[in-house]
Design a protein around this ligand. Structure first.
Ligand code: FES
Length: 107
């Protein structure tokens, strides 16, 4: 199964295995990671699953939809060019090894 590394604001990291068809958000919450709240359950309505994608992976992610783009304008931590919603990152084998950083806060 593809694995994702989540880097916490303090520099510590957690590498989590993803399940079949899971989003990065689902993998994080299933492993109880602090830093991903996912209040809307992955319906692209809350922006509390905000992550910063490691620059080396940015071009390998699918383009964001308009609703994700709009929600990212309302994140609790600053939106950066590499901001994405982790519930909209559906992990495929091609994303094995993906690295994302968690923002300081989600609300
Ligand atoms: S979990 Fe709510 S927008 Fe991602």
């Amino acid at each position: 199964m593809p694995a994702i590394t989540f880097i916490h604001p303090d520099g510590k990291s957690d590498r989590v295995e993803t399940g079949d068809g899971e989003s990065a958000m689902q993998a994080a919450t299933r492993h109880g990671l602090d830093g991903i709240l996912a209040e809307c359950g992955g319906n692209a309505m809350c922006a509390t699953c905000h992550v910063y994608v490691d620059e080396s992976w940015l071009t390998r992610l699918p383009d964001m939809a308009d609703d994700e783009d709009a929600l990212l304008d309302g994140t609790a931590s600053e939106r950066l060019p590499n901001s994405r919603l982790s519930c909209q990152i559906h992990v495929t084998p091609a994303l094995d090894g993906l690295v994302v950083k968690l923002p300081e806060r989600q609300v």
